[in-house]
Design a binder for this molecule. Structure first.
Ligand SMILES: NC(=O)C1=CN([C@@H]2O[C@H](COP(=O)(O)OP(=O)(O)OC[C@H]3O[C@@H](n4cnc5c(N)ncnc54)[C@H](OP(=O)(O)O)[C@@H]3O)[C@@H](O)[C@H]2O)C=CC1
Ligand SMILES: Nc1nc2c(c(=O)[nH]1)N=C([C@H](O)[C@@H](O)CO)CN2
Length: 238
């Protein structure tokens, strides 16, 4: 649970302005945490429908090292009582997306978590539970014929998980959640959706709360670190 001190503990969720990240931000704010979400653009809808109390948006673009460093400097200046950093930001690009697609996904999936973890691990509250959680992808289990660059960079993120877990223990636990289908995108057509649902034993689109539940499980468990938690509906059974 959040600290009882005057300042609530802070959880950072990168790429938290939509979909999975925003859902988890809402749930964790409702749990009593101060949640800092990062985004490349503030959403116009927040004018009419402000983010819930406890959620603050920080502009951050991880497409360059300078952009990552600017975020780190801003976060350090705010000197939050960090409880967790959740690396959720991601680009899901297929291999027809252009020559620099791999580089773009490397920046978001590996360079940003690498630099942020290296420089922000000292912002956690000393002597209190501390977590870094990487959002990976179940696709790393077998590889992907259609998202080679995406899969490679998410595989690299799993490697960062194990290395940072060894480096930051026992002060900070570092784990990954490796989901398969969580929530479709609006443009996904009926045929794509049917094929995606058929790939797992559970055969459902579970929605983002299963990611929140997995985050809570990792945060509330003092003994798991260096692990990649499969969240794939039994996809490995098919
Ligand atoms: N959705 C699913 O079914 C699955 C999701 N996952 C993983 O779970 C996580 C959440 O998924 P989902 O909610 O669909 O993710 P999204 O595709 O909605 O992306 C999340 C956010 O990443 C941010 N982002 C992208 N590029 C950059 C960048 N260069 N700098 C900073 N932020 C960036 C975007 O922020 P903004 O738009 O504000 O710029 C975006 O809102 C991801 O890591 C994803 O790979 C894994 C398997 C399945
Ligand atoms: N950054 C993102 N990564 C992924 C997404 C997404 O929408 N954004 N979606 C998927 C798919 O759900 C896939 O798991 C099955 O269709 C994977 N990664």
């Amino acid at each position: 649970m959040p600290s009882t001190s005057a300042a609530p503990d802070t959880i950072v969720i990168t790429g938290g302005a939509q979909r999975v990240g925003l859902h988890c931000a809402r749930r964790l704010a409702a749990d009593g945490y101060r949640v800092l979400i990062t985004c490349r653009r503030l959403r116009p809808e927040w004018e009419e429908q402000p983010l819930p109390a406890g959620i603050e948006a920080m502009l951050a673009d991880f497409s360059s090292t300078a952009g990552i460093q600017q975020f780190i400097d801003q976060l350090r200046a705010r000197a939050p009582r960090l409880r967790a950093i959740i690396h959720n930001a991601s680009l899901w690009m297929d291999d027809s997306a252009g020559a620099d697609a791999l580089q773009q996904m490397f920046m978001v999936h590996m360079q940003a978590p690498y630099l942020i973890n290296l420089q922000c691990s000292t912002l956690f509250v000393a002597g209190a539970p501390a977590d870094i959680i990487h959002l990976g992808d179940d696709v790393t289990r077998k590889g992907s014929a259609r998202h080679i660059g995406y899969c490679a960079t998410k595989t690299g993120l799993e490697g960062l998980t194990r290395s940072f877990a060894a480096s930051l223990a026992p002060a900070v636990k570092v784990n990954a959640i490796t989901p398969a289908l969580i929530m479709f995108n609006p443009e996904d057509d009926a045929d794509y959706r049917a094929r995606a649902l058929a790939k797992s034993a559970m055969g459902i689109e579970p929605g983002p709360d299963v990611v929140y539940q997995s985050i809570r499980f990792l945060m509330d468990n003092p003994y798991i670190t260096g692990s990649c938690l499969p969240l794939n509906g039994g996809r490995h059974l098919k």
